[in-house]
Design a protein around this ligand. Structure first.
Ligand code: ATP
Ligand code: MG
Length: 763
């Protein structure tokens, strides 16, 4: 192909074109924000396929969110026509789930394993801490969970940690005990936590070279976006996948390797690796992201080629100049110079409110102006450092009837009734999961008390069978009254029936084991019909319960949508997808709403107009970061990420007083504001003009609730009315509310206690 008339290279600048067309064992594309890294990666994949250098199935592309993955797939299909079948484009987590589901049996798990989200694992930890009385030594689910997560991201398990810890430290010994029990409980529940997904895959590859060989052989091209935010576990995964298949493993391959797959020494050569990233955008150190992965790439991957991109295609020069100025204050970085041919554009608008309500009022008014000037609401985003900041904004948006969505707020899947229904599905897929089972037993209420539950769980444990099997044999648990036994048995039968349906090959199916799993919607329908959940809610004639019933119907609709999108994929795939939805995945461009999100969530995205709110000391940089080594640098990178999301208009706003938890405190402008050259900011109200007297906007605000009463849908804006009430911590990654799971675990603990009593009394 000559340079002209090639849609994959046309319109790219020379550096970008090289990044698309160059070949070799390893390629590192380092570049600032908005320089086309993601675009180049997409074109490179399309180029590999079009040039017949790879089949789609030989490509593994890693993105930061599922949404980014879907976008990339769409773009590639747009570039090539429909040729992305069999290509793996996914997040690290999704790719690992796929591998683990296939290979789970190799290490004592069952393919239907549950994925615990952070709320689930915190709840599990809470129980363990109670059992060990570790709370009196200052252990909390949050601090022990963070420590476990950190270790897992370093690929350190409890045994390894025990071997290297300071034996003389009793606190450390106790921690190891917590860690160990946590591992055991997860295994027993046939569950993985989020960090496990990656760590266990690495572990699998290292323990089973023959399994690793299958994937090392399959993926000939591995491409990773946002490489600066990979942690050690993810890095190790990449290392494992990019090893050659040695001759002794080549021999064991099925189907056997063909001669042309092999190099001169009889190995299958390693996959070629392309990574793109920007060390100035590394903002996940608190989750173990290691900037060294990108800095040391050339050393780690021999023969690596490096391409630098400097032209920015996203933002105006004013916005870029501000971004360059801010990030220039980080000393531990490689100098980069971003420029654009687009011209200066508008100046950045600054505004200081008397209070956060005044600030929010300004934001709302400006949004209305932008909208009147022709900007779609979906082109506008409002960023903040912590989730607690949304409240003032939401109040004003509701009042001004600005449609908006909060990304990463209280999520659909965290609602009680949705969790109830999902507990059924989880148990149907994994009949060993105690948490799902415990939840479904009481939803809806059917008279199975804590005592009966305890007896059943005891029986289950003693017999070493699944919870479903235990329910089928409820007659044997004579300590429970006959009526409850019958109820439990009937429920067990329903679950078993649903399980058969879900995996395929049900009794009525002539095709036997080859039968496809039933559509998810069918399984869900069975559950909803048999439990009568929706009808029971409707019968209460309470608008709140009506909304809950609607949510269940919405869940059914989600399942139908899934069945259409992924025909034949089945329940497991559905559960996997649900448990992997990340905050940024909520985003729907066509929804016509303003997007509210933390700056962490904003990574990789772009909007015509961006508001960064709360640009104050203590918020941005966040108070927590001030005392930490490297903390301010990380906050500065976050600010850089925020600024560089804006294409045309950027607003930086702050308040001179801010009320948090009932206290009103005086807020100082962020140091980052001072780092931006004065001439770039057009202050509508500068910090100096605001004396810091109390807020003028009323605080108590009876926001009218829009119709729909909290029921959820993808596009409806009223879902955001429920405030997440978060606000503690960094707010960086919004943790799902753990309340529901908590009560399930409290129940569990109570049940264990009752069970002990029951045993003691000879029952
Ligand atoms: P980030 O660091 O934020 O992830 P990025 O480097 O991945 O940014 P992209 O998102 O790929 O950048 O590109 C930024 C914007 O510039 C996109 O809208 C993209 O379509 C556009 N763009 C990139 N390269 C070109 C080009 N050569 N011509 C026109 N537009 C381009
Ligand atoms: Mg990108």
């Amino acid at each position: 192909h000559d340079a002209g008339g090639d849609p994959l290279v046309d319109g790219l600048n020379p550096a970008q074109a090289r990044a698309v067309t160059t070949r070799g064992p390893a390629l590192l594309i380092v570049a600032g924000a908005g320089s086309g890294k993601t675009r180049v990666l997409t074109h490179r994949i399309a180029h590999l396929i079009r040039e017949r250098e790879a089949w789609p199935s030989q490509i593994l592309a890693i993105t930061f969110t599922n949404k980014a993955a879907a976008e990339m797939r769409e773009r590639i299909e747009g570039l090539l026509g429909d040729a992305s079948q069999g290509m793996w484009i996914s997040t690290f987590h999704s790719a690992c789930v796929r591998i683990l589901r296939r290979e789970a049996e190799r290490f004592g798990y069952v393919s239907g394993f549950t994925i615990y989200d952070s709320a689930d694992s915190r709840a599990l930890l809470k129980r363990i801490i109670k059992e060990l009385d570790a709370d009196t030594y200052g252990f909390t689910p949050a601090n022990s969970g963070a420590k476990i997560s950190k270790l897992k991201n370093e690929l350190v398990d409890a045994a390894t940690h025990a071997a290297t810890m300071n034996e003389n430290d009793p606190r450390e010994r106790l921690f190891v005990e917590i860690f160990r029990m946590y591992e055991q409980e997860l295994k027993r529940a046939n569950a993985f936590d989020f960090d496990d997904l990656i760590g266990q895959t690495v572990h699998l590859f290292r323990a089973h070279p023959d399994v690793a060989a299958v994937y090392q052989r399959r993926f000939r091209h591995i491409l990773v976006d946002e490489y600066q935010d990979t942690n050690h576990a993810q890095y190790s995964l990449i290392r494992e996948l990019t090893r050659p298949v040695e001759p002794e493993e080549v021999e064991r391959l099925v189907p056997p390797a063909r001669a042309k797959e092999l190099d001169a020494s009889g190995r299958i050569p390693p996959a070629s690796l392309t990574v793109v990233g920007d060390s100035d955008q590394s903002i996940y150190a608190f989750r173990g992201a290691d900037i060294r992965n990108i800095v040391e790439f050339e050393r780690d991957f021999a023969g690596a080629e490096v391409v630098k991109l400097e032209q920015n295609y996203r933002s105006t020069q004013n916005i870029l100049s501000a971004a360059n100025a801010v990030i220039g204050n980080n000393f531990d970085r490689q100098e980069k110079h971003l420029w654009t041919s687009e011209g200066d554009g508008e100046r950045i608008v600054g505004f200081t409110g008397y209070s956060q309500h005044d600030e929010a009022r300004f934001v709302a008014e400006e949004i209305e102006d932008l909208h009147r000037a022709g900007l779609a609401y979906s082109d506008i985003a409002v960023f903040y450092r912590t989730n607690s900041q949304t409240r003032a904004l939401e109040e004003l948006f509701i009042r001004s009837a600005i449609p908006y969505r909060v990304l990463g707020g209280t999520k659909f899947y965290e609602r009680a009734e949705v969790k109830d229904a999902m507990a059924y599905l989880t148990s149907i897929a994994n009949p060993y999961d105690p948490i799902a089972w415990s939840r479904l037993l009481g939803a809806p209420k059917r008279g199975v008390g804590a005592m009966a539950e305890a007896h059943l769980a005891n029986f289950q444990e003693a017999q070493g069978v699944s919870f479903h099997e235990a329910m089928l044999r409820a007659e044997e648990v004579t300590a429970i009254g006959p009526k409850i036994r019958a109820t439990v048995r009937a429920l067990g039968e329903m679950l078993v029936r649903a399980s058969r349906m879900a995996v395929g090959g049900g009794a009525t199916d002539v095709a036997g084991e080859d039968a496809k799993p039933a559509p998810v919607a069918d399984v869900m329908k069975l559950v909803l019909d048999e439990t009568d959940m929706i009808e029971k809610l409707r019968a209460k004639r309470d608008p709140q319960d009506d909304a809950r019933a609607e949510n269940l119907e919405e869940l059914l609709a989600v399942a139908r949508e899934f069945d259409v999108k992924q025909p034949g994929a089945g329940l497991l795939a559905f559960l996997t997808e649900v448990s992997l939805v990340a905050a940024a995945d909520d985003l729907d461009d066509s929804s016509g709403t303003v997007s509210l999100m933390t700056m962490h969530t904003a990574k990789g995205l772009e909007f015509k107009a961006v508001f960064i709110t709360g640009v104050e000391e203590g918020l941005l940089p966040h108070q927590m970061s001030v005392d930490e080594i490297g903390g301010i640098s990380e906050e500065r990178r976050l600010m850089y990420v925020g600024i560089t999301r804006a294409r045309e208009r950027l607003y930086l706003t702050l308040a001179s007083t801010r009320a948090t938890f009932g206290d009103v405190s005086v807020a100082m402008p962020s140091r980052f504001l001072q780092e931006i050259p004065e001439g770039l900011i057009d202050w509508r109200q500068s910090p100096g003009e605001v004396t810091g007297r109390g807020g003028t906007a009323s605080r108590a605000l009876n926001a009218p609730r829009s119709s729909g009463g909290g029921s959820w849908s993808r596009t409806r804006t009223d879902s955001a009315v429920t405030f997440s009430g978060g606000g503690s911590g960094s707010g960086a990654v919004s943790e799902p509310a753990s309340g529901n799971m908590q009560s399930a675990l409290d129940k569990w603990r109570e049940r264990k206690r009752l069970a002990k009593e029951a045993q003691a009394s000879g029952g």
